[in-house]
Every structure is written in structure tokens, then in C-alpha cells.
Write a protein that binds this ligand. Structure first.
Ligand SMILES: *Cc1c(COP(=O)(O)O)cnc(C)c1O
Length: 245
């Protein structure tokens, strides 16, 4: 486990680096939000990051996230659900998570909207797109995105605010391949935002510890960093703490 000093100095360095990359791309550094991905890391590590001024945190599974979020209630942490979401877990998302990055079906959207409406807490949702068409990944294929947006428009979804798109870059790929994936997501956002007239559909959640520099160059508004902040993940520790799945 990495100590408070490691976490705070890495966060400071990453904030500087992100700002530098944004400026190099002709962008306002305030338009890139850092999401600290705390999966497999204990609540104490999240507390260390909070003490260092970090507010946005990402978790991948409901089982692991719930006890952690509850242990940190009242700290001002804002939570993002970034893992694959099954519709039977939708009821656990509210009111703890403010954002879901992995919407990929109308069925889940209907469930989430229902629960969010009951809590009177609108949920910010990003649609996950499988830009690289990787069979091991979740998300909708690029050509299926307009169909899903059409379906979501037909449903009455008062609990959900569609905020943009999310993707995971290709694993072990060259710079051009990675940038092509991220540029593809940006293009999909621009086209569909215009086509469906969605003023708030502005976000691009893309970029992880290994590829966030390319993501910022291609327009990321949220980067999801785990290892770069908290160090290597230990799934064994997370399991012992009552986690994964
Ligand atoms: C784990 C995870 C991250 C963080 O990955 P790192 O490589 O540790 O930065 C980002 N996004 C998603 C969807 C993840 O599951």
C-alpha cells in the first residue's frame, strides 16, 4: 500500500502534467477532470487523496464500492461508476454515485432512471463505446450508438442526464492506433450531440494511466487514473477486504 505522501505527491505531479498536456493541445486545463480510480485500494488511500484535494473517484464494482463509499460519506468525495453494470445492480448505484460511465443498453438506462427518479437525484450518464471493436470489451459498437440514443429518446428517462461518451483505449497498441480510438470517440460525440440536439452531451471519458497523454491531446474531458495515483493494484487485498466481482 502506498502512503499518504506518495499519493499526495503523485497527485500534484499528475495535476501539473495534465495541465501541461491540455495547454499543449490548446485546451483549458480546467476542462480536463481527473478521476482517481480507487478500485482494490482501501478507504484510507481514498482519504489520503481527499486530504490532497482530490474529489472525484472511480470504482468498478458495486460490491467493492458500497462499503468504501459508505465509510467515506460526508467527506465530499464524488463517485463515478466505471465498471460493467448489470441491470440487477442498478438499485445500488443511487444515491451513492453521481456518474455512471458505462451505460450500454436501454434496459439499464430505464432501471437507472427509475431509481434516480425515486431518489430525486439525477444521474449523469456516459455511454460506453467499444471503439476498437474488441470482443473482450463492453460498450456499444460505434454504428449502434445512434440506435441506442434514439431508443433512449423514445423512453421517458427523467432520472438520467446524458452527458457524453466513454471508451477504453486499445491494450498495447501504437500511438497512432491509440489516438485513432480516442479521436473516433470525439467524432462520435460531436456527430451525435448535433444529431440528437443534446446540449449537455459534452464529456469524453478516455485515458488511463498508460495512455492519458494521448487522450488529452484528442480532447478527453475526464481521465481515469488508478495506478498512476495509488500504485499497483492488489486484487488479493481487495478480496480480503470483502471485495471484487
Ligand atoms: C481500472 C480502470 C482504470 C484505471 O486504470 P489504470 O491503468 O490503473 O489507470 C480506468 N478505467 C477503467 C474503466 C478501469 O476499469
Amino acid at each position: 500500500m502506498d502512503g499518504a505522501r506518495d499519493i499526495s505527491s503523485r497527485l500534484a505531479a499528475l495535476r501539473d502534467r495534465i495541465a501541461e498536456l491540455a495547454r499543449a493541445a490548446g485546451r483549458d486545463p480546467r476542462d480536463v477532470r481527473l478521476i482517481a480510480v480507487s478500485k482494490t485500494h482501501p478507504a484510507e488511500s481514498v482519504r489520503d487523496a481527499l486530504d490532497a484535494g482530490q474529489r472525484d473517484f472511480g470504482e468498478s464494482t458495486v460490491q467493492e464500492a458500497l462499503p468504501k463509499i459508505d465509510a467515506l460519506s460526508g467527506t465530499g468525495a464524488q463517485w463515478h461508476f466505471i465498471g460493467h453494470l448489470q441491470s440487477n445492480k442498478a438499485k445500488f448505484i443511487l444515491p451513492r454515485f453521481a456518474w455512471v460511465h458505462s451505460l450500454d443498453s436501454a434496459k439499464i438506462a430505464v432501471r437507472l432512471s427509475h431509481v434516480a427518479h425515486e431518489w430525486s437525484t439525477p444521474l449523469n450518464a456516459l455511454i460506453e463505446v467499444n471503439v476498437t471493436r474488441d470482443p473482450a470489451k463492453h460498450g456499444v459498437l460505434p454504428e449502434a450508438l445512434p440506435g441506442l440514443l434514439e431508443q433512449l429518446r423514445r423512453e421517458d428517462l427523467p432520472g438520467i442526464v446524458l452527458r457524453g461518451l466513454m471508451t477504453i483505449g486499445p491494450h498495447q497498441a501504437s500511438e497512432p492506433e491509440i489516438r485513432c480510438c480516442f479521436a473516433g470517440l470525439r467524432q462520435l460525440r460531436d456527430e451525435n450531440r448535433a444529431r440528437f440536439g443534446l446540449p449537455l452531451f459534452t464529456e469524453l471519458s478516455m485515458g488511463m494511466s498508460g495512455d492519458y497523454a494521448y487522450a488529452i491531446a484528442e480532447g478527453a474531458t475526464m481521465v481515469r487514473l488508478g495506478t498512476a495515483i495509488f500504485g499497483e493494484r492488489s486484487y488479493a487485498r481487495a478480496a480480503k477486504a470483502g471485495a471484487p466481482g
